[in-house]
Design a protein around this ligand. Structure first.
Ligand SMILES: OC[C@H]1O[C@H](O[C@H]2O[C@H](CO)[C@@H](O)[C@H](O)[C@H]2O)[C@H](O)[C@@H](O)[C@@H]1O
Ligand code: CA
Length: 572
């Protein structure tokens, strides 16, 4: 990318880095193709690190890039220690890590422990040699009746969690596609293999793992096969090993579960598990609140979210490489979400919606800004999805979740500047729809326009970085007299402050309504008469009154991030 002559600060030692970080999920296959093969690769991604540094992200999450038949976007691994040749080589991957680190960007990768591809040599050996060393690596049964309390997750394609294998003449267990047999975690050798694979990639220099589909490791008759106590025991052992051998590296749980269940993946003080967990239930409620024009769904889900252990952090997100999952809302809410966000049945996938952020919000700049402001200010470290920073579109005519995995749009040129290949050779076609065509929606054009969504996003990340309170601070909802308004405080008190995280209080006020709204927000008494300073440089806000009430009028879908400066002598 021209004109991005950036300093390369390198990584700063900071054991709490993940609590302040902005993550960015990027599919190697989708970002940049360096050799005209039609698919993205490590070298292509490396060439775009300056862009990512310029944007201001702190950590990349790379979904699987391992050897795989790619029947589930790489979540069907055929060799945990090899990279898919079309993505490059291991030395290229190592170079990517070191170049990212040189730019102050960390990298976490996906670790799919629950299952492998049926092409994995372990499975091939297990099916053909039941008494051999791999015979017990998978979950086999003479019939398909066990674990009947476990639900089917991929309801669009699967009719059972058991599939008959004609070679071994037994059924094998799978929570996802029938080409993804579940590993048998009851087998200590499988557990050892997992430990060794973690060591292998951590030795290579990665900064952590997203633990894919982690609730499903252990199963038992009479149990629904999710969040089994033995899964938690295993994770605690894994964490102990990581802390001993790779201190500072993180484990991030992908547990699509209700708040009271997902918090268990943080573990306990005696037996910690993951430093981070994605907060699945909050995500659909952000979209719900936007359409309802009310703060209640967000307030409620955060009220239902238990406290998390000291030093841990939520991972938040608006979109990712999967469908916008609606597993964590009730039937009524799900029906409303489908009505609002999936008017065409093609937009649905499993229990969710396979669309990108901008099309979901009908390309409304105000809504895109508000929902991003929410995810950047609510508790947790936000994870952006590649392309959403330029408002990329989707293609619901593609299969399954490929709808949201199309090539990154860099320029208005051939293949959107993603690849020099013959357009027919691309792993997926670039977006050519009327509104989101790469002629208009691309990084080059967005960079050339100072009012673009891209520049706005970058500005937001800069402000967030300058205010570590957004990652580290406490979160408290402030009562407002208008139910369209979501107001909350993020706060680091002088007692909690240190040289990296100064004491600060930020009041975030969000208008979820499409109409202008006035509100009076009641603040804690110590903020009586406090001065109000806009983090984005605005001015003229009326100070908090002597009864600690803050009064403001907000435009449609408006938001404010306001630093509260207490009156001297009002410090208690
Ligand atoms: O490896 C199988 C799948 O694992 C992850 O799945 C998660 O996404 C599902 C929706 O697509 C969701 O319903 C489930 O609860 C999750 O575990 C991974 O993110 C998928 O891409 C993958 O197919
Ligand atoms: Ca399993």
């Amino acid at each position: 990318m021209h004109g991005l002559n950036l300093a390369q600060p390198g990584l700063k030692h900071d054991p709490r880095w993940f609590r302040k970080a902005v993550f960015y999920e990027v599919l190697v296959r989708a970002f940049a193709d360096s050799n005209g093969s039609g698919a993205g690769d490590f070298t292509g991604l490396l060439g775009k690190l300056d862009y990512l540094q310029w944007l201001g992200v702190d950590c990349l999450w790379l979904p699987p890039f391992y050897a795989s038949p790619l029947r589930d976007g790489g979540y069907d691994i055929a060799d945990y220690r090899a990279v898919l040749p079309e993505f490059g080589t291991l030395p290229e991957f190592k170079e990517l890590i070191s170049q990212a680190h040189a730019r102050g960007i960390r990298i976490i990768t996906d670790f799919v422990m629950n299952h492998t591809s049926d092409q994995h040599p372990w499975f091939q050996a297990s099916r053909s040699e039941p008494d051999g060393p791999y015979g017990d690596y998978y979950v086999w049964s003479d019939d398909d009746t066990r674990y009947s309390d476990a639900r089917i997750i991929f309801v669009d394609t699967e009719v059972s969690n058991w599939t008959f294998d004609p070679v071994r003449r037994q059924f094998f267990w799978h929570r996802f596609f029938s080409h993804q047999p579940d590993l048998n975690f009851e087998n200590p050798k499988v557990q050892e293999e997992m430990f060794d694979i973690v060591r292998y990639w951590m030795d290579m220099g990665i900064d952590g793992f997203r633990l894919d589909a982690v609730p499903y490791l252990f199963e038992e008759d009479g149990h629904n096969g999710e969040n089994h106590p033995r899964t938690h025991e295993f994770l605690a052992q894994l964490r102990r090993m990581v802390d001993e051998e790779y201190p500072g590296r993180i484990l991030l749980a992908e547990a699509n579960q209700m708040p009271h269940e997902v918090v268990d993946y943080f573990g306990t003080e005696e037996a910690p598990e993951c430093q981070m967990c994605f907060h699945f239930p909050v995500m659909p409620r952000l979209y719900y609140a936007l359409r309802e024009g009310k703060a209640t769904p967000i307030v409620k889900v955060l009220e239902d979210t238990p406290e998390i252990p000291t030093g841990t952090q939520w991972g938040t997100f608006l979109r990712n490489h999967d469908e916008l999952t609606l597993e964590m809302v009730d039937n009524e809410e799900r029906a409303a979400m489908y009505g609002w966000y999936a008017p065409d049945p093609r937009m649905k996938a499993n229990v969710g919606i396979r669309r990108r952020l901008a099309p979901l919000l009908d390309n409304s700049r105000a809504e895109i800004e508000l929902i991003n402001a929410l995810v950047l200010s609510l508790p947790g470290s936000p994870c952006l999805y590649y392309g959403d920073e330029i408002g990329m579109g989707d293609n619901i005519w593609l299969n399954d979740r490929d709808a949201v995995r199309t090539p990154m749009q860099w320029t208005p040129d051939r293949n959107a500047g993603f690849s020099s290949a013959d357009p027919g050779k691309l792993y997926l076609p670039v977006i050519q729809s009327l509104v989101y065509h790469h002629n208009n929606v691309n990084v080059e054009a967005a960079m050339a326009s100072s009012s673009s969504l891209l520049h706005w996003m970058r500005g937001m990340l800069q402000v967030r970085r300058h205010h570590p309170v957004m990652g580290m601070g406490t979160f408290t909802v402030m009562p407002s007299d208008n139910d369209a308004i979501l107001a909350f405080l993020r706060e680091v008190t002088p007692d909690e402050a240190d040289e990296d995280t100064p004491a600060e209080t930020v009041l975030c006020v969000n208008n979820l309504s499409p109409r202008p709204q006035g509100t009076r927000v009641q603040l804690p008494s110590e903020y009586a008469d406090a001065q109000v300073q806009d983090l984005f440089g605005g001015s003229g806000f009326v100070p908090v009154d002597e009864q600690a009430r803050f009064t403001v009028t907000m435009g449609s879908r408006d938001f404010f991030w306001l630093k509260l400066v207490r009156r001297t002598g009002n410090e208690d």
